[in-house]
Design a protein around this ligand. Structure first.
Ligand SMILES: Nc1nc2c(c(=O)[nH]1)N[C@H]1C(S)=C(S)[C@@H](COP(=O)(O)OP(=O)(O)OC[C@H]3O[C@@H](n4cnc5c(=O)[nH]c(N)nc54)[C@H](O)[C@@H]3O)O[C@H]1N2
Ligand SMILES: Nc1nc2c(c(=O)[nH]1)N[C@H]1C(S)=C(S)[C@@H](COP(=O)(O)OP(=O)(O)OC[C@H]3O[C@@H](n4cnc5c(=O)[nH]c(N)nc54)[C@H](O)[C@@H]3O)O[C@H]1N2
Ligand SMILES: [Mo]
Length: 765
């Protein structure tokens, strides 16, 4: 057996140049415009950049490769339907820099693995298929045909198709995702882990069990008409900046906004619309009416406290708070939930939430009086041990108010990757439903496997146990995005062959199996030509709207293939065209869409409706109060607050995104809103906790994770005083992922608990 390469799995423990400023209280505005221009001019020049940005999120353009926030159904802004971070995403993708065979000849993978993720990402777009042969130190160019035969040969030689795993990141289009999962099922496995496993899986699980659909129920319009919007465990100013316009519209219509977060995030506070000179002049809109600085994972306690106050009022004046008509007609288990609620003490819940009773009472009053309530959430709720219960408690409070399936009310899990929701709809899931598999069998004559496959955490475990021979990634950066980085890196190195379909270089190309292949692909903004001419793809946004996306740029190299073309070629090399017509599948993407229509509900007349400029809405039961749960009802749940404690002197660490990154892609070194510039190896602590621990500003420390008797270490972080809830601290991912234990997962969704990591801080001499 050949030795594993001595590559570096963790980002280097080096400091750059920390500069501290006061945290911002306002989001977007002129600094966002300046930042937009800085990023596009560095990567592709201002002229190309502006031209490209004008196509982004327009009805005849391409979908932003950033987040999944929806575009308006009607008129789109002529000044541009994008945000600063969308501009950074596109600058990163459409960069003029290139990573070709020359660069790979110059540097070995070991050398490159010592670079920072920032440097690795900034090298440019991948241009040629590359092979890292067994025992070799450098990638060498390989032809597409050789690459496909190598992959097909490996797959055909497996003893069992379950020795292969196929990961997907959420940028993949519907068309690519559909053919990819089809290929995997023709091979005979459901090993289809995806980034959703680390992201909104808890939302999917919690929502399916309660309201029968794993997606949110609201539309963009609903946000404008809500009387109350709660933003829980989400940082929209950075991660979904266009959501701020929707919150602003809600405010203009008299709505109230409540943020629940252990940190006051700038974007949740004041929004300055960069497209509105008057807004810039007058200083923007105050968005937050209430900021509740909750303890980490104190959300259930908070919601319970609010519900106790609602119940007290309802008891006094029956019928004044709860929507009994809705509860009677559409729900189940109301009594069980209420009698469980009565067993809790208000003071105890207030204490566990970390928020003052006075503030909670003010917010509860809104829940008592108002009817049109939307709760938005993201990773602060899902990446918790009780992530699924967090979502169930959110649903409980909405059901009490009958605030689902009405204008201006409902559930709003704010998705991450731009097509992560569409990928699931297309069947990228390790636990597919029988009906869907039966459709595939019937339509294609294949024998789709029924046994559930591996999710992300299970994949890492299986690799660690040396059970996986072949590992392919359709996008993403598995090594850096997953928990327990060191263990994960070593686990992946056990594979015989790893294959990455990617646009840009990242650590997953450097920490590989014994052999590794890079297949460079077209990106969203690139022109995609197949036999029948130019193609477009389609995507589904956070609110279930499917629409088309068509790139316009000349691809960075003539060698690139589209993701669907790569899968079809793999399909042809592995199976020929007897069952699935892999030889002609991608000649025209309408053929793929016809196949989708034939096998997935809600895609009737796909090829016609996808050509409607604003796209079409997929069916959504919860939105129409048709709850497709086994009992046909929206189900209340009995949920206990977690109240998990850490040892004395320990802290709860949450791992967040900075304003200058897209997951593992580091756009820049600044976290502008938090005023932390030039450095990512930082740990943010409350002043009182710093005093308790005897730490001073900018002191260099090591972070030691403790989980069930195991310890993990991340060295060299600088302490920064910040307004975070007491008892917790904040670091950035992926630098801190080495501290997230693989076994620490959400019950019922298996999502890594990235927002509750017990650590202690050790000063360096
Ligand atoms: N520019 C940019 N856009 C992105 C991304 C990106 O990296 N960059 N990533 C995309 C992806 S894949 C996703 S999933 C989304 C992520 O979007 P977010 O979920 O907004 O991202 P995070 O940085 O993980 O922020 C989580 C928030 O939850 C808070 N939080 C942590 N613990 C708790 C808790 O216990 N309770 C509460 N109430 N809050 C808590 C944190 O302080 C933080 O503000 O964004 C998407 N959009
Ligand atoms: N500690 C901690 N860990 C986390 C999180 C956290 O909050 N804390 N968040 C988790 C979440 S929510 C998510 S979604 C995951 C993200 O996990 P991933 O989706 O795996 O990671 P990304 O960093 O988004 O992937 C970036 C890479 O995707 C490739 N890429 C970009 N565009 C395209 C394209 O169009 N096609 C193809 N084929 N490739 C492309 C590029 O090569 C780029 O380097 O990370 C998770 N990890
Ligand atoms: Mo995500």
């Amino acid at each position: 057996m050949s030795q594993k390469r001595a590559v570096q799995i963790l980002p280097p423990e080096e400091f750059s140049q920390l500069k501290l400023k006061k945290p911002k209280t306002k989001a977007v505005g002129v600094p966002a415009i300046l930042s937009t221009f800085k990023h596009i001019s560095q990567e592709m020049g201002v002229w190309k950049g502006v031209k490209l940005l004008n196509k982004m999120n327009q009805k005849d353009g391409f979908d932003c490769p950033g987040c999944a926030w929806p575009d308006p159904d009607g008129k789109r802004s002529g000044l541009g339907e994008y945000c600063e971070n969308g501009a950074k995403a596109i600058a990163e993708e459409a960069t003029n820099k290139r990573v070709g065979p020359d660069l790979f000849a110059q540097y070995s993978v070991e050398e490159m693995s010592k670079w920072s993720d920032y440097k690795i990402g900034k090298m440019g777009r991948l241009t040629h298929p590359m092979l890292l042969a067994e025992g070799e130190s450098h990638y060498k160019e390989i032809s597409w045909d050789e690459a496909f035969s190598k992959i097909a040969y490996k797959l055909k030689s497996l003893e069992n198709p379950n020795e292969a795993v196929f990961y997907t990141s959420g940028r993949t289009s519907n068309e690519a995702a559909f053919v990819y999962q089809l290929f995997v099922r023709q091979l005979g496995t459901n090993n289809l882990p995806d980034c959703s496993n680390m992201c909104h899986e808890s939302s999917g699980a919690g929502l399916s069990q309660t309201v029968g659909i794993g997606k949110g129920s609201v539309t963009l319009e609903d946000l404008h008409h809500a009387e109350v919007i709660v933003v829980m465990g989400q940082n929209p100013g950075t991660n979904h900046p266009r959501m701020l316009s929707a919150l602003e519209k809600c405010k203009e219509n008299g709505g109230k906004i409540i943020s629940v977060n252990p940190i006051p995030e700038a974007g949740n506070n004041v929004f300055v619309d960069p497209q509105n000179p008057w807004a810039i002049f007058k200083g923007g809109t105050q968005l937050n009416d209430h900021f509740l600085q909750v303890k980490v994972n104190g959300d259930v306690a908070l919601l319970k406290a609010i519900m106790i106050l609602m119940l007290q009022e309802e008891d006094k004046n029956p019928g004044s708070v709860f929507d009994h008509k809705f509860i009677q007609e559409y729900t189940a288990d109301f009594e069980a939930m209420i009698s469980h609620l009565r067993t809790f003490d208000l003071n105890e819940m207030v204490l566990q939430s970390g928020i003052s009773e006075e503030e909670i009472k003010a917010v509860a009053q809104l829940f008592i009086e108002k009817k049109r309530i939307i709760i938005c959430w993201a990773m602060g709720l899902t990446q918790q041990e009780n992530g699924v219960n967090n979502i169930k408690e959110v649903v409980n409070i909405l059901l009490l108010k009958g605030s689902i399936g009405i204008k201006g009310g409902g559930t709003c899990p704010v998705r991450g990757h731009s097509n992560v929701q569409g990928d699931r709809t297309m069947g990228i899931w390790e636990k597919p439903k029988e009906g869907f598999l039966a459709n595939l069998d019937k339509h294609f004559g294949i024998n789709a496997p029924r046994e559930h496959g591996l999710d992300v955490v299970e994949t890492i475990e299986a690799c660690h146990e040396n059970k996986i021979r072949f590992f392919m990634c359709m996008g993403g950066n598995f090594i850096s995005a997953t928990p327990d980085s060191q263990l994960t890196g070593e686990a992946i190195q056990n594979c015989d062959l790893t294959v990455q379909v990617s646009t840009k270089l990242n650590r997953s190309h450097l920490v590989t199996g014994k052999e590794a292949i890079i297949l460079p692909c077209l990106a969203r903004s690139d022109r995609d030509e197949q036999k029948s001419g130019p193609q477009f793809v389609s995507v589904e946004n956070s609110m279930g709207v499917v629409h088309k996306s068509q790139g316009t740029l000349a691809p960075p190299s003539n060698e690139l293939k589209s993701e669907p073309a790569i899968v079809a070629a793999m399909g042809y090399a592995t199976f020929g065209s007897d069952l699935v017509k892999w030889d002609t599948m991608v000649d025209n993407y309408d053929i793929i869409r016809d196949n989708i229509e034939a096998t997935i509900a809600g895609f009737e007349d796909y090829n016609k409706r996808v050509r409607i400029p604003q796209g079409f809405y997929l069916p959504n039961g919860a939105r129409e109060r048709k709850f497709t749960t086994p009992n046909g009802k929206a189900n209340f749940s009995v949920v206990d607050p977690p109240n998990r404690k850490v040892k004395d002197g320990h802290l709860i660490m949450i791992t967040n995104r900075t304003h200058d990154q897209y997951n593992t892609t580091i756009y820049g070194m600044d976290d502008r809103y938090r005023g932390i510039l030039g450095e990512r190896r930082v740990v943010l602590l409350n002043k009182k906790d710093m005093q308790k621990q005897g730490l001073r500003q900018e002191q260099v420390v090591d972070l030691i994770g403790e989980y069930k008797g195991e310890t993990r270490r991340a060295n060299k972080f600088k302490v920064i005083e910040y307004d975070v809830a007491e008892g917790c601290c904040v670091t950035y991912f992926p630098e801190a992922n080495v501290l997230v234990p693989l076994k620490s997962v959400a019950k019922g969704s298996n999502t890594p608990v990235s927002k509750f990591v017990e650590i202690k801080i050790e000063p360096r001499s």
